[in-house]
Design a protein around this ligand. Structure first.
Ligand code: C5P
Length: 404
């Protein structure tokens, strides 16, 4: 199921060079299953034409409150009542000032004012020059808009159309879609700090070689994203993987199990949920050679000695806060056979209230997975689905178990 299926979005464009990104945003919203009604101010039409937005949204763009084609002549009422959310992207400094004052002399500000506050959320994606963004007037307006119930999204940082560099760029279309998808998710873990380990670890043999495994980190990154969507503060401790950081998640990159342990234990101090998805190497070379180990011509391979790595999950699960149930710990088990028995045994061995079993070869590197949730009082299976969908269900299951 697409993340915005069934959602009707009123996409408002105001005057700003970032209007060029609104075209891509419109496409992406539709790709995620939303229907999109575009509304443009006069200033927006200086930057991009309604023709482009009509072609992309497959609907006539609403431009005027005096459009006689609306049979009741109340475009502002009709548009605002149909919407599941109103998203203004780009939202100019001037448009924010207009919203603050409840101005209603053009269709877009009029429909924002006319929206039922308790039913139709208003999300603003600001876009302006960095000096405008930090101006006390804009700061005041942002604070007032938040107080009035609008969601003011972040701005990006970087090169600006004016040639300056700083804060105030509009977020990229994909970032805006991710924020909107997150906005619609239930806030089951609001106020929580969720700590996630993800990916493989890399245990160095010498400066150029090491031991690792095929874990892609996808499940852990999906759990981190789902936890963030559920309203939690999220720390993601990631082994070496090639994945983008989910929006709003604090990511700490590590290589070895020893590093992962140190970072995780430090972050666990104020965490309330710990989900260990990392495929931590069981052993590491007893010594890491300072220089590259070379062939010596004898035909004899070098002998490597190994020592066992610390068990990060078990260490955290034995910590005082986990033992007093202030920290809810979740383990993963990648098995190749006899999933239920192995997962049940592992739950007891690790001392965690929830152990999630999956079949290793069927999940490593894949975009989907199937899970078996093992608790003290029973099991629950989640059939094969995209990892993000399963991660959302897992987060909901954690929230439910915590509240019991
Ligand atoms: O013992 P096993 O590796 O099968 O346990 C898997 C679970 O324990 C996963 O949740 C994994 O992230 C965690 N683990 C860990 N540190 C280790 C080994 C496993 O945190 N050294």
């Amino acid at each position: 199921m697409k993340d915005l299926a069934g959602k009707h979005i009123v996409l408002g464009l105001t005057g700003g060079i970032a209007c060029y990104k609104a075209a891509e945003l419109c496409r992406s919203l539709i790709k995620e299953g939303a229907t999109v009604q575009v509304v443009m101010t006069e200033a927006a039409q200086q930057f991009i034409t309604p023709v482009t937005m009509q072609a992309l949204s497959n609907r006539a763009v609403a431009l005027s409150q005096w459009d006689a084609r609306e049979t009741n002549n109340m475009a502002h009422i009709n548009l605002s009542r149909e919407a599941d959310a109103i998203v203004i992207a780009p939202c100019s400094a001037d448009f924010m000032a207009r919203l603050v004052h409840g101005r209603a002399d053009d269709l877009l500000s009029l429909l924002c004012l006319a929206r039922p506050l308790d039913k139709v959320p208003l999300l603003l994606a600001p876009a302006m020059n960095r000096e405008m963004w930090v101006h006390p007037a804009t700061r005041r307006n942002v604070a007032q808009l938040k107080a009035d119930g609008a969601t003011v999204l972040d701005v990006g940082t970087g090169d600006q159309a004016c040639g300056e560099t700083g804060d105030g760029r509009m977020l990229e279309p994909q970032e805006l879609v991710e924020d909107l998808v997150a906005f619609f998710q239930p806030k089951l873990l609001a106020g929580h700090h969720v700590l996630v380990t993800a990916g493989p670890t890399y245990e160095a043999i010498d400066p150029v070689r090491g031991i690792t495994n095929l874990s892609s980190g996808k499940m852990g990154f999906a759990v981190a994203r789902a936890a963030r969507e559920a309203g939690a503060r999220v720390t993601l401790v990631a082994g070496p993987v090639h994945l983008p950081t989910p929006r709003g998640v604090q990511r700490i990159d590590v290589k070895s199990a020893a590093e992962m342990l140190a970072v995780t234990v430090a972050a666990a101090v104020d965490a309330t949920v710990f989900v260990a998805t990392a495929a931590v190497a069981d052993w590491r070379p007893a010594q890491t050679a300072g220089q590259k180990i070379k062939k010596d011509g004898s035909g004899q391979p070098p002998t490597l000695e190994f020592v066992e790595n610390p068990d990060i999950l078990a260490t955290v699960a034995q910590s005082p806060c986990a033992r007093t149930a202030e920290l809810f710990c979740v383990g993963f088990a990648a098995e190749s056979e006899d999933l239920l028995a192995n997962a049940q045994a592992k739950r007891l061995r690790k001392g965690v209230p929830l152990l999630v079993g999956n079949i290793g070869p069927a999940t490593f590197g894949q975009d989907d997975n199937a899970l078996l949730l093992v608790r003290a009082d029973g099991v629950e299976s989640m059939s094969r689905a995209p990892k993000l969908e399963l991660a959302r269900k897992l987060i909901a299951a954690c929230a439910h178990q915590i509240s019991e």
